[in-house]
Each structure stands twice: as structure tokens, then as C-alpha cells.
Unconditional design. Structure first.
Length: 101
């Protein structure tokens, strides 16, 4: 399996959305995928050290500006040692969700 080319870490900061995007996968009313798919994504990230859920609405931004999903960060970010360390060290950069075009 190839490693995804996401850039949540750039400019010496870890970029996290400042709020959930309009179709956050952690909002059952608006998510674009099934609850089972979300559960699988959570399992995959929890089983892989340093893995996180990248917000789907940041995947195709130009210029490339990926960010950690805010729903994931709010629910599971404190279980991720790398994100906890980044927060303590002041390395979290809050990023506004992309606007709908």
C-alpha cells in the first residue's frame, strides 16, 4: 500500500480545522459516507501510530492545504500522542474549512 501524500504538517505546524466542515463525517446528518465506513476509518487510524483522519474537504484544495478533521480531533485527538505533544508545544495551526465554491 502506498503512503498517502497529505500535508497536514507544513510550515512547522500541524494543521487542524478550526471547526467541522459542512459535511463532516462525524456529523450523522450531513456525512457523505456510511457510519460503518466512519467506524472503519477510526479503527484504521487507531491501529496505526501517527495516523489521523484528514478532512475530506481539504483533500483537493489548491494550493494543497490538507488539515486534520475537526470531528476526529475533537473525539479522538487526545488519544493521539503526536497530536497531544503538538498541542502542548504550541504547534497546532487552526485552519478554517474550505468555503463552498
Amino acid at each position: 500500500m502506498s503512503k498517502p501524500n497529505h500535508n497536514i504538517f507544513r510550515d512547522d505546524k500541524v494543521h487542524v480545522l478550526s471547526e467541522k466542515c459542512a459535511t463532516c463525517i462525524f456529523n450523522p446528518a450531513t456525512r457523505p459516507v456510511s457510519g460503518n465506513r466512519v467506524a472503519g476509518m477510526v479503527r484504521d487510524t487507531m491501529d496505526t501510530e501517527g495516523a489521523t483522519v484528514v478532512c475530506h474537504s481539504t483533500l483537493n484544495t489548491r494550493p494543497k492545504r490538507n488539515a486534520v478533521c475537526r470531528g476526529w480531533y475533537d473525539r479522538l485527538g487526545m488519544r493521539d500522542n503526536l497530536l497531544r505533544l503538538a498541542r502542548v508545544m504550541g504547534l497546532i495551526q487552526w485552519q478554517d474549512p474550505p468555503s463552498k465554491g
